[in-house]
Design a protein around this ligand. Sequence first.
Ligand code: NAP
Length: 235
Amino acid sequence: MPGKRGNGRVALVTGANRGIGLEVCRQLGRLGNEIIMTGRDPRALGDAASLLARESLTVHPELMDVSSRESVRECGRRLGVKGIRVDVLVNNAGVYPPGDLLSVSEETIREAMEINFLGSLRTAQAFLPGMLQRNYGRVVNISSGYGSFAEGLEGPAPYSLSKAALNAMTLKLASEVRGNVKVNAACPGWVRTRMGGPEAPRSVEEGADTIVWLATLPDDGPSGGLFRDRQQVDW
Ligand code: NAP
């Protein structure tokens, strides 16, 4: 019966097929959560799910392209039909388009906003109502220091703007939810992934740590903050 094994929690992770998302699935799975691994590429998703299944973790691969409202809704519908609820949502899927504001195309800005910002809003709209009904939920939006006003909004403009919007959404959403539902953002630091590149100082294990911590917060844990290395940092 879905959701009844392990610690009884079901966690959905976007962009679960590689990088930080895959490692978050692994760590949450090891803690006894049942994992809904979502991704947009069926083959890559299937390979990633098989990998974690071979590690004896309970995983369900589900197609979801967060840039498509229909794809997110469809995934929600399929899970509903299967009777699988979502207790934990990790908005990890992301892209890193380059560009300066004075020369970047609107299409590039749109791509970053569609995936990094609207993608997270779509999944929140799909899965938060169920959390509110059941009075339990943990939402973790994977942000970046590049989206922080306090840290100077550095990095490529499309990325930086989209993560700043994600930060704003995190704060706003946290103010809209009630009960035992927590919404936070995490900065994983600079991590060795396809996005972060081979020179990055952090492993995926290190990058996933704060995300997993926020995804498993106790009932008296914080909500509405941005965290790095398990410490709250300024927006
Ligand atoms: P990554 O290795 O490039 O992985 C990105 C993941 O997002 C992939 O699984 C990718 O799927 C998925 N994705 C992209 N667009 C998608 C879409 N439309 N629908 C569903 N999935 C989509 O990057 P990463 O380093 O693990 O990054 C994960 C998160 O951490 C991102 O939000 C990123 O901004 C954030 N972050 C990373 C760093 C870093 O140093 N690495 C630093 C700060 C924040 P495909 O395989 O199909 O492309």
